[in-house]
Design a protein around this ligand. Sequence first.
Ligand SMILES: C[S@@+](CC[C@H](N)C(=O)[O-])C[C@H]1O[C@@H](n2cnc3c(N)ncnc32)[C@H](O)[C@@H]1O
Length: 409
Amino acid sequence: MTRVKFLTLALILVLTASFSQAAPASAAGFVSSASVRTLAFGGLLGDLLAFLSDLGGLISSLLGGESKDGNGGGAGPQLSSLPPSAIIVPLSGAGAVGRFFRVPDRYPGANYAKSRKVCPMYYIADQWVDYEVIDAGGGEKLERWGTVVLRRPDPQIIWPIGRETDEWLTAHAHYHRSSSGGGHWEYRRKLPEHWNIRYGELTFLIRPTNFKHTGLFPEQAVNWSWIMDKIRDAGRPVRLLNLFAYTGGATVAAASAGAEVVHVDAAKGMVQWAKENAALSGLADRPIRYITDDVFKFVQREQRRGRKYDAIVMDPPSYGRGPNGEMWKLETSLYPFLESCLPILSDEPLFVLINAYTTGLSPAVLNNLLKMTIGRKFGGTIRCGEIGLPITRSGLVLPCGILGRWEAS
Ligand SMILES: C[S@@+](CC[C@H](N)C(=O)[O-])C[C@H]1O[C@@H](n2cnc3c(N)ncnc32)[C@H](O)[C@@H]1O
């Protein structure tokens, strides 16, 4: 690093002496476009510092110095593929992440500067009566689903079990992961094949599946409550599109609050389960359309038909497949997918909610994606954060993913 600093200083001196000339064109491919562009706009001191900072980053990377970008640049839209108004220019070395961004004032439409604040929140689903995380430790959680106690693995739980009480040992069923990837349930007490639990006015069918799931993500209750409040407070009819809709937690919440809902999922079995949840919640006669399709294909079809929605909710997986094998990969699919949702939002949309459970994805990523797509077109307010469930025995919080919410102002 000392050698890097020395070389950086030497180059700074040489370049400062000849700075009345333009920035070296040959370096433009490496030095971030910020410095190149701001130098062209005028030789303010701040621009000079930005340029020098970039140059330091360049030299450091050329000498194999430490990269500031822990993920090697990551996925996402290439700057060159974005319309000019979407370009964000990094102030520090090429590919730097986690630093402030400069958006030149004179850059048309680049209005992110006004809303640079990102303030992740913690959203805790603490209004459950029928569900509870009793305890968590040693890579597993002990949960109560109504009167049934299940013991399931959870990769977030890297702390030890405080005390392996009888409850841990006498859970109705224990899911064991196998080294080959799958797993199986070990039944210790007689368990109904399926049963119901309630969240306020909503009722859900719970059924342990071969792949560890129960058919419900209880932390999503924070989103259901928010969706219901937004729809009830809207004071107008709301058409909501639920994408990657799974067993329909958000569908029944929205329908219960009075929205017309279109529910889309690739898996026929999940769509059927969602219908059962709607019926159990007394919503069988509500205006809900169930579609088994690939979300990309469906949204493109809705674009062609000119159909519009006041609210969109999505819970994309890290990887997924449409009914005909269409590939979904969150890292590369989410940004273009959000862009494709823009034309199907009504003129005055109410909200857009993204939920995700992808390892390593920060809530600020959802904040950025929403800003660059929905926020750029409609203004509004964006909030992001982590979702969690309270753990009764320890008073700790179990992290369960992230969310990003866009709301009209
Ligand atoms: C993580 S789950 C959603 C959880 C659910 N929204 C909730 O909150 O309870 C992901 C769902 O996306 C669906 N899926 C995956 N790839 C898809 C695709 N390309 N098109 C439509 N649905 C897809 C899966 O069938 C699955 O039901």
